[in-house]
Design a protein around this ligand. Structure first.
Ligand SMILES: O=C(O)CCC(=O)C(=O)O
Ligand SMILES: [Fe+2]
Length: 484
């Protein structure tokens, strides 16, 4: 016979586990592959490449270049570097390839005027409500790379160039080569479940009868890796993909509905109508699958001579950070956008939040709690010095501590008292609907050693969360939020 203590434990689990409807909600979030790929046949005139780092430029046609011509191109390239923690690093164990910067080459193929803009719009940005017009996409020429035999580029994400950058486009020319497939790997999934996709450009090009390029466009926060080239030369041109800030209203003619939208909407509506789901209301937190580039800044150092000026500057930065997070709403990627859109359509109080990991000053590795805010909060500088607990510091900057509702309630029931960390008032209880592992270096630790393809300061990838308030049964729409 079970003793009393065991029975009590069972009761606790019964009472405080996550609402069962959340499991269904979670599984109805269907992520589609974060990329599109294909081949594009081009006229001969689009394959002309001019290149050179000094003096007269060379000219070759990349649809029929000889081995000697390709070797000359490879020899003209400089070794390609990549970015770590704000610095450009050259390391052949990580990336072995040649590169030409965009001032050292010109190609007759014009990506912006090609049908690739439409492909990106229709396939990669299908969930986007702004019905992005091709002219609202900026396809910016970035680099030419030559991957010779044994060249590769290990797993990385592409360094965000600005808050408007969402993806990367790579085109591969039909120069003889084998190997060099691009692998893409999804992030933000449960442990052990890591979908992987392959863009095998050499295999795709080998099947073409007419001179063609192979292309792949992907969200640049998605981890990717170029496998070793086993023979020949793999010649690529890389473009960064940006949104152009829209000044005009979006056009109305395009109404594509994402296939994964309906299943999530059904699951959400069923939960909201169910009286046993959060009967007295509650908060949900959805961790987004993608990461987003956001400007990141440090605290203004304390200035005893002009405290008012410091205060003003800090407020301006805070307001900017809030606007930047708000501006992401219509630009969320793929299933992230689906979740946000459906929650808003159900008239729930839905907003984007940044979660800052707060750790104790004595033990920076131990996460003490999560603090949510309406934007990226200023990172403390060592000069500023945090002579207090991290969670208190971030709360002071406009953050709010959040805690696991289940754990919080369990603790309350066990000890009959509220549980806070080091704050006077305890955190907002949330149910974590989707909880991708927080990558280290995102958040309070002010350690931005992201593994990018080049160094960049200021704009870094952040994990973003959707925070939604659910009203009690019968009155789910606690607050109305205007659509962006
Ligand atoms: O060549 C490719 O397929 C991808 C290259 C890449 O990931 C990069 O240059 O950042
Ligand atoms: Fe890359």
């Amino acid at each position: 016979m079970a003793n009393v203590e065991q029975l009590e434990d069972v009761n606790h689990q019964e009472t405080f586990r996550q609402p069962k409807q959340l499991q269904h909600l979670r599984s109805s979030i269907v992520a589609k592959p974060p990329y599109c790929q294909g081949t594009l046949a081009l006229p001969q005139k689009d394959f002309t490449l001019f290149y050179g780092t000094e003096g007269d430029a060379q000219r070759i046609n990349l649809s029929r270049a000889s081995a000697a011509q390709l070797q000359h191109l490879a020899d003209t390239c400089a070794p390609a570097s990549f970015g770590v923690g704000g610095e450009d690093i050259y390391d052949e164990t990580y990336r072995k390839a040649g590169k030409l910067d965009c001032e050292d080459f010109a190609i007759t193929f014009d990506a912006s005027r090609s049908c690739l803009a439409d492909v990106i719009r229709n396939e990669l940005l299908v969930e986007n409500p702004k019905k992005v017009k091709s002219e609202d996409l900026n396809i910016e020429l970035y680099k030419l790379n030559v991957y010779g035999k044994d060249a590769f580029f290990k797993a990385h994400v592409d360094t965000p160039r600005s808050e408007l950058m969402f993806g990367s486009l790579v085109i591969v020319f039909p120069t003889p080569h084998e190997g060099g497939a691009l692998k893409l790997r999804a992030s933000g999934h449960e442990e052990g479940e890591n979908p992987e996709w392959t863009f095998d450009s050499s295999a795709l090009l080998a099947q073409q009868e007419q001179p063609s390029i192979a292309y792949v466009a992907f969200f640049s926060d998605v981890e990717h890796e170029v496998m070793p080239v086993t023979s020949g030369h793999r010649v690529t041109i890389t473009y960064n993909l940006f949104y152009v800030p829209a000044e005009s209203e979006p056009p109305e003619e395009l109404t594509s509905i994402s296939t994964n939208e309906q299943s999530f909407k059904n699951a959400l509506q069923a939960a909201l109508e169910d009286q046993s789901f959060l009967p007295t209301g509650g908060n949900l937190m959805f961790g987004l699958k993608h990461q987003y580039p956001l400007a990141t800044y440090y605290c203004e150092p304390y200035n005893p001579r002009d405290e008012a000026a410091r205060e003003k500057k800090t407020q301006a930065m805070e307001a900017r950070a809030k606007r930047a997070l708000h501006a992401l709403e219509p630009r969320l990627k793929a299933s992230d956008r689906v979740i946000f859109k459906v929650l808003r359509e159900c008239a729930l109080d839905t907003s984007l939040k940044i979660l800052h990991e707060a750790s104790d000053g004595d033990n920076p590795e131990a996460v003490e709690g999560y603090v949510m805010a309406d934007g990226v909060l200023p990172m403390p500088t060592t000069r500023y010095g945090i002579g207090m607990y991290a969670s208190e510091y971030v709360a002071e900057q406009g953050g709010q501590l959040v805690e696991d509702a289940v754990v919080l309630m369990e603790k309350q029931a066990k000890w009959g008292q509220s549980v806070g960390y080091h704050l006077e008032d305890h955190g907002a209880p949330v149910y974590w609907v989707d909880h991708p592992r927080l990558r280290s270096g995102k958040g309070f630790k002010a350690k931005f050693a992201t593994y990018g393809n080049e160094s960049a300061l200021g704009v870094v990838y952040w994990s973003v969360w959707i925070f939604v308030r659910i009203g009690p049964a019968g009155q789910r729409e606690m607050a109305q939020v205007s659509e962006e």
